[in-house]
Design a protein around this ligand. Structure first.
Ligand code: NAD
Ligand code: MLT
Length: 528
């Protein structure tokens, strides 16, 4: 199968080298940059992979037209140019490159802080214009000043580290910043207001979220120290640009260094007319090293996805370390099959899915396994568009609660997975295990103990335990020329409810001839 890859933003050629030299997969790489949204929408259905930086806006409209798209790769950190909800709904995995440009962005921020403190761009321009103006460009030192870092993630921490090298004091705010982490990084910490009140320079390093949009606003500017300097090398929109403009005009803010703004490109923005502002056109990640690194990271994830079904940097799937995935991977198929089998035990709407992991398996991060199991359950009614990316989302959208339960205590089996479906009136469950050397087995269906190989074509027949029931089913199947490969019978009590599970050689399309029998009250034909 040819995998069609569209690169719609300029990417480092060295970075996509892993894709270019791939031999095992048949890749068709198309580079087509600068497409309009309508042009992209027109061609996207032909592609399995879309590889972007930040210019391409991967909107819901584009995603809805992307009938064959399986993966969107973002060569960079921020995924605000991708409609993640739409991608998840459509089962498209989004991967990014979260580490590749950290250093580049931190160095750019540091350069901006220094350039701002010493008026370097304006001094340079004045010199170019033929002036020798030494008085006009008197700057301030960083030593003993306080840098406020809002957003203490990868880049925030690197910027803080460099600021300490410049003998600055650092105070940070991040909802995930604990006293212990702050102490380890050698920084003070507090709320965003605490940072605003004491900092001489404030740099923001959060993603743009509903909670961070305009978090640096008029109220926050009011409580800042006079002559504070503001830096944004993260995302436009974190700082309210009108409030910043007013704060500079009023003299409260001595200067601002901006690599990003709410609308990009921001050529002609009113903030650029202010002499206190310096700016770069979103260059934080624009180094040869970072561009190569982010493109290599996403390229490797594309290859990993198509070869092994797992990726290192998923944005809309749980990120589980490779060695953990390796531990649970052998159970993927079993989880899917148990899920699919149990879904056939009821036709009622499911309220709750309980997945019980026991034995060794309970020591691992089983989220990818849960996704695959839920996929098995939902596939019966939702069809093939359910995949590991959207299974949990689709369960949620259908008001189905998914609960994972873990117990390291192994009973009869070293490891087992039990999937229970709860509806308004019933609870159904199936338990399976992997037997060393023998492979997957279903060992329990509701209260019946069984031993079934979950493979091929299965008939699950619920009936009343009466003499001759097995013979009758055998004869009826023989009449239809259906050969039985294996048969398992379980019952709760003599003469009570019983179950027959048969594996047959061919798919049974119509089971009415079985359902019409007096003592048979349910028949399900399942193809695994
Ligand atoms: P990260 O995920 O490592 O760090 C972001 C931090 O922001 C997290 O620690 C998070 O807890 C924190 N945060 C979230 N909400 C917050 C809030 N309300 N208040 C304070 N902190 C909050 O991300 P990163 O790799 O450090 O990237 C930071 C930003 O820089 C992102 O917006 C990214 O897109 C941007 N970026 C820009 C460039 C560029 O070219 N200018 C380059 C790389 C990254
Ligand atoms: C990012 O979020 O990684 C940056 O904005 C870099 C970019 O893609 O230009």
């Amino acid at each position: 199968m040819t995998i069609n890859i569209l690169i719609s933003d300029p990417l480092s050629e060295d970075g996509i080298y892993p894709l270019r030299q791939e031999k095992e997969l048949d890749l068709n790489i198309v580079s087509n940059t600068g497409l309009s949204p309508a042009e992209l929408k027109g061609i996207i259905k032909d592609f399995d992979v879309l590889l972007v930086r930040s210019q391409t806006k991967v909107t819901r409209e584009i995603i809805e037209a992307a009938d064959n798209l399986k993966l969107i790769g973002r060569a960079g950190v921020g995924v605000d140019n991708i409609d993640l909800e739409a991608a998840t709904e459509k089962g498209i995995i989004v991967v990014n490159a979260p580490d590749g440009n950290t250093n580049s962005a931190a160095e750019h921020t540091t350069a901006m802080i220094m350039a701002l403190a010493r008026h370097i761009p304006h001094a340079h321009m004045s010199l170019q214009e033929g002036r020798w103006d030494r008085k006009k460009f008197v700057g301030v030192e960083l030593k003993n000043k306080t840098l406020g870092v809002v957003g203490f993630g990868r880049i925030g921490q690197e910027v803080a580290h460099r600021a300490k090298g410049n003998r600055m004091n650092v105070i940070a705010y991040d909802p995930f910043l604990t006293a212990e982490k702050a102490e380890k990084a050698g920084v003070a910490y507090g709320s965003v207001e605490d940072v605003a009140k004491v900092a001489d320079f404030i740099t923001v390093h959060t993603p743009l979220l509903d909670s961070t949009r305009h978090m640096i606003n008029e109220d926050i500017f009011k409580i800042m120290k006079d002559d504070v300097r503001i830096i944004n090398c993260a995302r436009g929109g974190i700082i309210d640009e009108d409030a910043l403009y007013a704060a500079i005009e009023s003299g409260k803010v001595a200067g601002a260094a901006l690599d990003v703004m709410e609308e990009e490109p921001f050529v002609g923005h009113k903030l650029l007319d202010l002499p206190q502002v310096i700016a770069t056109p979103h260059l934080g990640a624009s180094t040869i090293e970072a561009q190569e690194s982010v493109a290599v990271d996403v390229s490797n994830d594309i290859l990993s996805y198509f070869k092994f079904g797992s990726v290192l940097n998923p944005v809309n799937m749980p990120s589980v370390p490779k060695d953990m995935v390796a531990k649970v991977e052998p159970f993927f198929d079993l989880g899917y099959k148990i899920g699919n089998l149990v879904s056939h035990l009821t036709d009622e709407a499911i309220n709750e899915i309980n997945i019980y992991y026991s034995g060794d398996l309970a020591n691992f991060d089983v989220r990818p396994l849960t996704n695959n199991t839920v996929k098995g359950i939902l596939t019966r009614n939702l069809g093939n568009h359910v995949n590991n990316v959207n299974a949990r989302y689709l369960a949620e959208r259908n008001d189905i609660k998914v609960n994972e339960h873990k117990s390291t205590r192994a009973k009869a089996f070293l490891n087992s997975i039990t999937v229970e479906l709860v509806t308004d009136h019933t609870t159904h469950k199936i338990k399976g295990t992997l037997l060393a050397g023998l492979g997957a087995r279903i060992v329990q269906v509701n209260d019946y103990v069984v031993d079934i190989v979950p493979d091929g074509h299965i008939l699950m027949i619920r009936h009343t335990d009466k003499p001759g029931a097995i013979g009758l089913v055998g004869t009826l199947l023989a009449d239809q020329n259906i050969n039985i490969a294996t048969m398992q019978v379980g019952r709760t009590s003599e003469g009570g409810d019983a179950i027959m599970v048969l594996s047959v050689d061919y798919a049974v399309e119509n089971v009415d001839f079985l359902k019409q029998q007096k003592n048979i009250f349910d028949v399900k034909a399942i193809n695994l």
